[in-house]
Unconditional design. Sequence first.
Length: 526
Amino acid sequence: MNLISFPTGQRALSQTLLNCDLHESNQMMWTWTDCLCVNLLLLLQRAGSEKFEVLGPTRAIVAVAGDDIILPCYIKPNISVEDMRVDWFRVNLPDTQSNIRVHLYQDGRDKYHDQILSYRGRTSLFKEELKKGNTSLKLTRVQGTDDGRYKCLVESKTHYDDSTIQVYVRAIGSKPEVSIEGQKEGGMALLCVTKGWFPEPELEWLDSEGVTLSAGPSETDRDYEGFYVVKLKTIIKETDINRFTCRLRQRQQHEVIKMETEFHIPSELILVHTETWKVALAVIVSLVIVLVAISAFSVWWWKKQVKDELRLELKKNLITRRLKILADQLDLVNMNGCPELETIRKHAVDVTLDPDTAHPRLILSEDRKQVRYGDIKQNLPDNPKRFDIVPYVLGKEGFSSGRFYYEVQVKGKNGWTLGVARESINRKKYIYLKPENGCWTVWLRHEEYKAFTDPSVVLSLREKPQKVGVFVDYEKGQVSFYNVEARSHIYSFTGYTFTEKLYPFFYSGATGNSAPQVITPVGVTD
């Protein structure tokens, strides 16, 4: 008996029906019922072969504001999606009833006609990876509005599946700033303002005893990038100390970030404001309309003068503090460059990177002298020494006395952080890199150099450092930074007391910052 050969692929059904027609007319061995059953089996087999599963991360992604991130998504089995539809969109956005498109790939190309404006120019797929089933999305310059749930949907002609990814954005904003609003309700009104936070922080006013002061509801707003601006007012009366504190709290997933600003007001100012209000009221009751007008004008002018004088005093104090910082820096630099650098370099030590502390995104060279940020998170064993949240790494060698110096090449990098950290630095949470948290560092980010003090100090450098020298005098409590090639001083932390081992600290930047940090031999010029 001759068997009919059934074709596969496109037009399988029509070709098989034609074969059935020929056999039925020539040999009368197959019925139309037989052919129909066979074709249904072929279609079911074809549909089953195109089924796939869309997979994403099992845990939420924590993104630092301003960094670039990758939202992982791929299909299993790893078949090509070049001819499929890949659709990324936001789900459950506030004030919307529908999903908002983030990125669409269809008919072999990206389509932006209905992409939400806040994502315009910040999203991309990895085109070479589509043939491997990788549909991950790269999102650049993370901002507050990026916080939320994302869905990755992949659709072929016969099947579709999706996966949901949660993104948490974290941004550390400004330290609370306090200003005087003037006389209100028989007292003096103080205003506390903070900006650039995500998620939303809480503000509260405290007196000198740490007791919470009554205050109106906080005013909350968001800037164009979605970061929070929070304001809180309170009315204060005269006390024995007249010292008040504005405290900020930001609750994140597993920690609470706190900042405080203390503010002192002389008793004379509060008394003067109170007495002025009483005198003005008596004048209004006792004098004629003309005298009332004159008195009101005088009071207004006098209050304006007092407010202006107070503002000038505050500015004077701020300038005095900044001049002291500059004076401390100038003590370490003279007009002929940095002659002490040659002496300092005699304290050079051999520094290597400790792979047990490296974040899984970091790639270390075999000689442990170079580190760069990788696109793929490595599967590394967890241990108490490893940084889990932010891609940091420490040096292998720790120091608990004496002096030590090392140099790091940062050429070609648009972002980096260098310095030292104490042994007990928190490696499992996001921390603000400041001395109180065990870090003495300087950084480059967004073409701006800063020293991580509290508050941070913007550094005005004549030349961009290509190689940075780091010097520590343990007994003097000093950490200094130098531009090696320009032979100039960058910044110094002074007057600290070290009680733990100090380790070299490195941050090589995130996505888009592929050039490595290189620990170079001291005395070798590139």
